[in-house]
Structure formats: C-alpha cells, structure tokens
Design a binder for this molecule. Structure first.
Ligand SMILES: *Cc1c(COP(=O)(O)O)cnc(C)c1O
Length: 364
C-alpha cells in the first residue's frame, strides 16, 4: 500500500523498553527488573492521586469534563495565569503535535541533540528540521540560524532531554527579546520542577513568559516529577492567541476522566514532589562521584531526574545490552549519535544496583 509520502522519512519513536518486554525476552523475574530508562519518578506518585483515582473509578462510563475546569483552575493558580492561557493534552507530547500543526509550514529549528518528538511531528507535515551543532543549547547558534533560515517554530528544551543541561533564565529572555512576534518559540519544561529546585537562576517562569512574549509557549507535564506518566497529562501555557489556535486542533475529550482526577489530586500534594526531588539530587551525587572515580566516563551536569554518562573507552550499546541482561534498563544514546547512556536516578537500592553492575562491566 502507498502511504502518505511523509511517512517514508520517519523512524518510529522507540520508547524505553517496558518491563514486560524484558520479562518476555530474557526470562528475568519482573521483581528483579529495574527500569531507569524513561525518567519516571522512582517513588511513584502521590498516594492522594492514586486514592482519588480509585474513588472516581465508577465515573469511567461517563465522558470526561471537557472544560477540564478543575485542573485548569488549579494550574492557573499555580502559574498565576488565566484559564484562557492554558491547554491540557494527553501528555505534553500532544501539545507538541498541536503546535507543529498550528504553526510549522516550512522549517523548525531545534538543538542537534534533543527530544525526538519535535522532529518526528515535523516530518509528518513534511517540514524541514534545522539543527544547531553540539550537545548543549547554544543560543548564539540558534540566533544565527533563526536569522538565516527563518524557521516557523524554534524549540528550546530546558533542561534538555537526553543530556540534562539547562539554560539560564536571563539568557533565555534575552534570546526571546530578539525573536520577531511571528515566530513561535516553544520552551519545553518537562523537567523544570527539578531545575527550579536545583538553581532558581535556571527556572523559567510561565507567567512572565505569557505576559511578556505572546509568541512563546511553555510546556509542562505530570509525567516526570509528579509521577503520572501512565496517566498522560501535559499542558501548555501561552497567550490566548496561541491557545486559541491550538484549541482548533484539539480532539474533544483528549484527556480521560481519571487522568484529570489524578493530576488535580497530585497538585494538592506538593510535598510528595519536593521530597522526591530532594532525594533525586541527593542520590545524583553518587552518580557524579562514580563518574569522577572512573577514567573514561564524563557526565553532563544535570538539572533533571536523569544523568548522562559519556564513554571514552567503552561502547554505550554494549554496556546497555549487558545491563539489560541483568534486568537493568537504561537508555542507550547511540541513536542520538552519542556514545552515552542516560540513566534515570532511581531509589537508593536501584542506584546501587546500577552502579555496582556498571562497575563490574567496566572492570571486565
Ligand atoms: C517526557 C518529556 C515530554 C513529554 O512527556 P509527556 O509524557 O508526553 O507529557 C516532553 N518533553 C520532554 C523533553 C520530555 O522529556
């Protein structure tokens, strides 16, 4: 069958291996498998969220409240914006899809190494993807390419996935001031809760953004710090003009009843999130120390819940494969042209198991 020509150029997105797949393939007991590949919260989600879902389970016969009034109200309060400045999606992935369809016609501009979905959605529209050179965002390169290529949409992923580095807020604002009002800029803040905790100078303020830059959209998600990856809830904060355009593309009932309930309840338990983030950065130090003590491992300073190890002597795919056979799932970054692995900071036991296994692999 002949499909839409655009599809020929698209490689199917490969998410982190699910535990179920590792059980099937390697015959490892599910309780012996640890998944540090998808940047999920290793402490799960707030018990308030799971209790709220259990209590609302009988509502699943009904279509969701499509105004999403309760969750929007809480997000509006959290960010200090109006509900008309918000759109909620089935993960922030879905908002990325909407905004590519709403604005990208010829070109988008992204970092050389960054979240894969920007380029995938662009490809579905036959939109050209312009990339900077280098691992970390270099705003001077972004500006030069913006001038010479005139992209419709610019994506800044801060902190960046899969490297973990972030941009300073004042640098981002200085960049935004130089971009014309007809170019959309997307600030993907999937890990901003971690960043804000680590260093306020790197935190992006969605309210500032909406007030000062009508051409900019901020994206957030409940999948990472809030521990609700399985519920698929993300959001965009922007001017009414942008939100209005995205709403034209939104399918009705795009977020399920139970997902809305979970996200609303999760916002009532900020302590759960803060505790998880605190432990995240405490445990991350062990990963940093490990890298410093081992020749041939470099790491990028991370503002997220994962850390990326760059290997000078070993092959990242081999390491990832050998870890997998021991039931440890991490993300090999060969597909991004990096000889590196990205590991989610897990619980204390998970981190110990990963670091011990890696130690043994490096020694052999
Ligand atoms: C995880 C992630 C997202 C999207 O997550 P959803 O689960 O779709 O909300 C978006 N951007 C980046 C950089 C991410 O890492």
């Amino acid at each position: 069958m002949q499909f839409n020509k655009q599809l020929e150029k698209i490689k199917t997105y490969e998410p982190g291996l699910p535990i179920e797949e590792v059980v099937r393939e390697f015959g490892i007991d599910p309780s012996d498998i640890i998944k540090l590949a998808s940047n999920e919260n290793p402490f799960g989600c707030s018990p308030k969220a799971s209790e709220a879902v259990a209590q609302s389970a009988h509502l699943m016969y009904r279509y969701p409240d499509d105004t999403m009034g309760e969750l929007k109200g809480k997000l509006a309060q959290k960010f200090g914006v109006g509900t008309q400045n918000l759109i909620i999606g089935s993960g922030s992935d879905q908002i990325i899809e909407f905004l590519i369809h709403a604005k990208a016609e010829t070109k988008i501009l992204i970092n050389e190494i960054t979240f894969a979905m920007y380029a995938i959605y662009a490809a579905t529209k036959g939109v050209e993807v312009i990339r900077t050179r280098g691992m970390e965002h270099d705003l001077e390169q972004f500006y030069e390419l913006y001038k010479s290529e005139n992209p419709d949409v610019i994506f800044l992923c801060t902190p960046n996935n899969p490297t973990g580095d972030a941009l300073r807020r004042d640098e981002v604002y200085r960049f935004l001031e130089k971009i014309d009002s007809d170019t959309m800029v997307v600030l993907d803040g999937a890990y901003q809760e971690y960043t804000a905790f680590k260093d306020g100078d790197y935190a992006i303020d969605a309210k500032d953004i909406t007030k000062r830059f009508p051409n900019v959209i901020y994206l957030g998600t409940f999948s990472k710090a809030y521990g609700l990856g399985g519920m698929r809830v993300g959001y965009g904060v922007a001017s009414e003009e942008i939100i209005g355009a995205l709403y034209k593309l939104r399918p009705p009932f795009n977020v399920t009843t139970l997902s809305l309930v979970a996200a609303s309840a999760a916002l009532e338990d900020e302590k759960f999130v803060t505790d998880a983030i605190e432990k995240n950065f405490e445990y991350m130090k062990e990963y940093e120390t490990f890298a410093k003590e081992h020749d041939g491992i470099e790491y990028v300073e991370s503002y997220t819940n994962f850390i990326t190890y760059l290997f000078e002597k070993s092959d990242s795919s081999e390491i990832a494969q050998k870890l997998l056979k021991q039931g440890i799932i991490v993300r090999d970054l060969k597909g991004y042209n990096l000889n590196a692995i990205r590991t989610t900071i897990g619980t204390r036991e998970q981190n110990q198991r990963f670091l011990n296994a890696l130690e043994n692999l490096l020694g052999s």
